[in-house]
Design a protein around this ligand. Structure first.
Ligand code: URP
Ligand code: ZN
Ligand code: ZN
Length: 472
């Protein structure tokens, strides 16, 4: 099956040009001016940008958390992702202490295999490092799971101690994996939470007030120093505030291999949302929490100047009714997280490119290319090049619309961005050359998404950094 996309403007992390694009058997086989070749289908992309499919490096689908399970599974979550212009996700596979890693991985394969409509990979949570775990890790990496996640917060749930983090960094260095951290000081948060509850401070806003920026900055700094000591590599997820950005920038100045991700919610929402009446603030409970508004400029600047490198959604959806409201009497019982997978790409285009905060090429780099490079998917994914998978977004850059739970495709009863006007919308989305979204309609197949065996982390800074200077 051959497809030709004509009249569009191809945009990559480095280029923007008009050309035709030929797809054969799911792969881009030619890019050129007026390609004149017989095909089965011609797709007219006049007036549209053609982007490489978005890669979301941070999702929690069908995940037990906070006494409940996220409301989007691998079917609804990946359909929503595709509507939003994302063609690859990397989801977090949770592990339980004492349980073989392979058991956890099999659980995640069972959740995803028949359901995903786009390609996907897994990061593996590391909660303990012992002889059994060390024996299992080489096979895990061989099987294409080449990034590990360590939680420095959620005491008595997911939190690992510093020895575990350090040993994970050492092991990752040895085997070629990237270590990801949720950087908040869980012990200090636990103390602050107990104090708040003692004082009957139970409203959603106390979620933010018991997780101040200092606990994120401190944990980020600790993780970065341990990375330097291990001469390893670190990716800090969901960076929310200036304190954390500063620590990442300082580590990079020292030459440490540290990268940072932020998320749309931290770029456009702020701490005041947690004070919404009638318990609505619960919709905006994330960890780390939303910050004072001035942090938004710090995050945008960090993306622009390369101090932060990627945008994840941290998709972790819970319905307001029946899930978020578990915490009506006590903010610690509000499940942490929100629905973002569908909005990440377009919202970032609208707020970033359209508002002049980042360039079009930076947009592609931050939502796709750099993620592919960091997580062992480039150049199969994350770019438009001959030989790459035909994961493509045909995008109308002028279309105006309003984000709403009434029109989104996530399996959740609210939108964190309800009523927000944005510009730009995916029209059609292809995964390995097949339409998943065609003229804004879902035409994909549950189970069509393939598990991605990712390459090992490569210790070549230039490959990941491209032309951007590491020391910024
Ligand atoms: O509040 C959040 N971020 N929920 C998802 C789990 C995590 O910590 O990433
Ligand atoms: Zn986290
Ligand atoms: Zn997360």
């Amino acid at each position: 099956m051959k497809k030709l996309i004509t009249n569009g403007t191809i945009v990559t992390a480095t280029d923007q040009y008009e050309a035709d694009l030929l797809i054969e058997n799911g792969i881009i086989t030619a890019i050129g001016y007026q390609l004149n070749t017989p095909v089965d289908e011609v797709i007219d992309a006049k007036g549209a940008y053609i982007f490489p499919g978005g890669i979301d490096p941070h999702t929690h689908l069908d995940m037990p958390f906070g006494g409940t399970v996220t409301s989007d599974d691998f079917e609804t979550g990946t359909i929503a992702a595709a509507y939003g212009g994302t063609t690859t996700i990397i989801d977090f596979c949770l592990t339980n202490k004492g349980e073989p890693l392979q058991t956890a991985i099999q659980t995640w394969h069972d959740k995803s295999k028949q359901k995903a409509v786009i390609d996907y990979g897994f990061h593996l949570m590391i909660s303990e490092v012992n002889e059994r775990v060390l024996q299992e890790i080489p096979q895990v990496i061989e099987d294409g799971i080449t990034s590990f996640k360590v939680f420095m917060a959620y005491k008595n749930v997911f939190q690992a101690d510093d020895e575990t983090l350090f040993r994970t960094l050492v092991t990752a260095k040895e085997h070629g994996a990237l270590v990801m951290v949720h950087a908040e000081n869980g012990d200090v948060i636990d103390y602050l939470v107990k104090e708040a509850l003692k004082n009957e401070q139970t409203d959603p806003i106390y979620h933010a007030l018991t997780r101040p920026p200092e606990v994120e900055g401190e944990a980020t700094s600790r993780a970065a120093h341990l990375t330097g000591l291990a001469n390893s590599q670190l990716y800090v997820v969901h960076v929310s505030c200036a304190e954390a950005v500063e620590k990442i920038a300082a580590a990079r100045q020292k030459g440490y291999q540290v990268w940072g991700e932020t998320c749309p919610q931290y770029l456009v929402l702020d701490q005041s949302y947690l004070e919404k009446p009638n318990f609505e603030g619960a919709k905006y409970v994330w960890s780390p929490p939303l910050r004072e508004k001035w942090n938004q400029d710090v995050l945008w600047n960090a993306l622009k100047n390369g101090q932060l490198q990627t945008l994840g959604s941290d998709q972790c959806s819970f319905n307001f009714k029946g899930q978020k409201d578990l915490g009506r009497e006590d903010f610690t019982k509000i499940p942490n997280g929100g629905p973002i997978i569908e909005d990440r790409f377009s919202l970032f285009f609208s707020e970033g490119v359209k508002k002049g905060r980042i360039s079009l090429n930076q947009f592609v780099d931050i939502v796709s290319t750099r993620i592919a490079k960091l997580f062992g998917l480039f150049p199969q994914k994350g770019t438009i090049a001959v030989g790459s998978d035909a994961d493509l977004v045909i995008f109308d850059p002028e279309k105006e619309r309003i984000i709403s739970a009434d029109t989104h495709h996530m399996n959740v009863d609210y939108s964190a961005f309800e009523g927000m006007k944005i510009t730009g919308e995916p029209i059609s989305v292809l995964s390995r050359g097949e339409f998943v979204i065609r003229d804004k309609q879902f035409v994909g197949q549950p189970g069509a998404g393939q598990f991605l065996k990712r390459k090992r982390f490569r210790n070549t800074v230039t490959e990941v950094e491209g032309s951007v200077n590491m020391k910024n």
